[in-house]
Each structure stands twice: as structure tokens, then as C-alpha cells.
Design a protein around this ligand. Structure first.
Ligand code: ZN
Length: 321
């Protein structure tokens, strides 16, 4: 009898590997390994195996009781073949995860992009449960997003649909990590706010944030503390980011007319004022015919969205059949 799934969140600094009970979707055991120094296909794969082996050992679960292994990874994936096509922060290319893991453990293996896995988690058991047309947007270091159309994640022709972070908002604007110019991510992510604050401090403007941290290591907590202290510099650049984010979301509403927008990611989860203001401004900017029925919710599975989402890939794929 299959009682469990393994959910794996493979990121640039760590791999989380969890045993999840199928009926309750509870995380029963979890193993965490650092991936900061282990880069490249071979090293990343052996870290992954180390994590799975350790999980099997500490949980004392029999392999026959495990229905599937799901892997969420920050990068481009070939879902059908189960290949990690490219993950910059792991320096992995064309890593045949599905085949190699299935050969080793004889357990069905699925892979998904991390934003897609977080969306699966929200769709099956979080904020987007019972909704059919949804946009999930996660605002943190970057901006990740995913479209759900008629209850299914929409991948587009080559699997890259839903990249709201790379919608261009300024033709002559800032450079983006993707190589283009003027992408929303370069204006509305936490990194964008950080670099604006860094620039202002460099030019000699005073900000309380310099008392909280050196400006190379600004976190959401530092931003929140500065906002609470009504710091002028931080407020200015947070407000600027919210203007851009709400512009991007309003465009998405006008284009896609979703019934629900799920907002998540560190910046939204960590600072409620940003969440609320983003909603207000988005509604002001969108066409009312498109936005008057659009609901907004916070993502519900934030910290564990990767492992839970990964553990649910099999269930999600079976639902589609
Ligand atoms: Zn971009």
C-alpha cells in the first residue's frame, strides 16, 4: 500500500527532502543539505541521492510504501522527460533526473519548476483550492509567476508561459538578469528595492537601514523595520516598487481576467502593508470590467511550498488525466 510521497525542493543554497503522508499531506520527516558549494550535474545529483538515502534511513519507511518522488527545482525543466534543462544557480545542464532516480530507487519520479510546484501546492491545498483561473505571483529576490487556466497550469508552446517578471515595463529602463531591458523584475522585486536603496545611500542620503545592516545584505526584515520607522529612503523605493508591481498585475488582469490572484514570496509574506497596498493600487489601475470580480489572497504554503508542491506533482498530473 502506497502511503507516502517524497517531495524535494532543490535550490541554489540547499536541498530539502521530505517524506509527506499522502492522505494528510503532512510532512513527517525532513532532511536538509547544503548545495552552496556543490555545483554541476554530478555533485548536485550525489547531494540529492545523499538526501533521499538519509530520509529513507531516518524515516525507516519501506520503499514499496512510497508512491512517487517529486522534485521542484529553480530552473527550466522538461516535464515530460524529467530533465533539468538548465539551473544557473546549481550550474546544472541537461541533467536526466527522472531516469537516474527511477533507475536507482525504482520509484516513479516527476520534476517541476519551483514556481510551478508552489502553484500546484496552492491549487491542490492552499489559497487557490476550488478556483479555476488563477495567477500566482511570488515576489522575492526575483518575481516568479504561474498561470492556471481552467484548473490546469498553462505552460505555453515551449513551457515558459507566465513569466510576469519579464514583462517589459520600461523600454529604456534598467537591465534585467535575463539579459533584456526594462523587465518588471528589475523594478518590483526585493533585489530591485535593494539596489535602489544602495544607490541612494551611496549618494549620501541618510537611511536608518544603514544602522540595521550593511547595505550589501538587505533582507525583508530590514526593509520592514525601516518602513515601521517611517524611513524616507526605504519608503520611497518600496512605494516605487509597489507602483510597478501593481502596474504589472493590472496589466495581467486586463490581459488574462483571472478570478483569483495569489500573492506570495518573501516581500509579500513578510510585509503585510506591501500586500495590501499592492492590491489597492492594482484595482485602481486595472480595467474595472476585468478586475471587479478578481479576488486576491496570500499564498498559504510559503515555507514548505516547494516540498509540498513537489510531493503533489503526481497527484496533480493524475488529476489532469
Ligand atoms: Zn527579464
Amino acid at each position: 500500500m502506497k502511503k507516502y510521497n517524497i517531495g524535494i525542493d532543490l535550490g541554489g543554497t540547499k536541498v530539502l527532502c521530505a517524506l509527506v503522508e499522502i492522505t494528510t499531506k503532512k510532512v513527517l520527516f525532513m532532511v536538509k543539505k547544503k548545495t552552496k558549494k556543490e555545483k554541476g550535474n554530478e555533485k548536485v545529483f550525489s547531494k540529492l541521492i545523499e538526501a533521499i538515502d538519509e530520509l529513507l534511513e531516518i524515516s525507516k519507511v519501506n520503499k514499496d510504501e512510497i508512491s512517487s518522488i517529486g522534485i521542484a527545482v529553480a530552473g527550466q525543466v522538461n516535464r515530460k522527460e524529467g530533465i533539468l534543462i538548465n539551473a544557473c544557480n546549481l550550474q546544472c545542464k541537461n541533467l536526466d533526473l527522472k531516469k537516474q532516480i527511477e533507475d536507482k530507487y525504482n520509484i516513479k519520479t516527476y520534476i517541476a519548476n519551483d514556481v510551478e510546484a508552489a502553484t500546484i501546492a496552492e491549487l491542490l491545498m492552499g489559497a487557490a483550492k476550488d478556483y479555476k483561473n488563477v495567477l500566482c505571483v511570488f515576489v522575492g529576490t526575483g518575481i516568479g509567476s504561474c498561470l492556471v487556466v481552467d484548473g490546469k497550469i498553462y505552460h505555453g508552446a515551449t513551457g515558459s508561459a507566465g513569466e510576469l517578471g519579464h514583462v517589459i515595463v520600461d523600454l529604456n529602463g534598467r537591465s534585467c538578469n535575463c539579459g533584456a531591458v526594462g523587465c518588471l523584475e528589475a523594478y518590483a522585486s526585493r533585489s530591485a528595492i535593494e539596489s535602489r536603496i544602495q544607490g541612494a545611500v551611496k549618494k549620501g542620503r541618510n537611511s536608518i537601514i544603514t544602522e540595521l545592516t550593511d547595505t550589501q545584505n538587505i533582507s525583508t526584515k530590514h526593509i520592514k523595520k525601516s518602513l515601521d520607522a517611517h524611513d524616507e529612503v526605504v519608503s520611497q523605493y518600496v512605494n516605487e516598487a509597489i507602483e510597478y508591481l501593481s502596474g504589472g498585475l493590472a496589466s495581467a488582469i486586463n490581459f488574462f481576467n483571472p478570478e483569483l490572484i495569489v500573492l506570495g514570496g518573501g516581500l509579500i509574506q513578510g510585509i503585510n502593508d506591501i500586500y495590501l497596498k499592492t492590491i489597492r493600487l492594482t484595482k485602481n489601475k486595472a480595467l474595472s470590467v476585468a478586475s471587479n470580480k478578481t479576488e486576491f489572497k496570500k499564498a498559504e504554503l510559503e515555507d514548505f511550498s516547494g516540498i509540498i508542491g513537489a510531493s503533489l506533482i503526481e497527484e496533480y498530473r493524475l488529476c489532469l488525466k
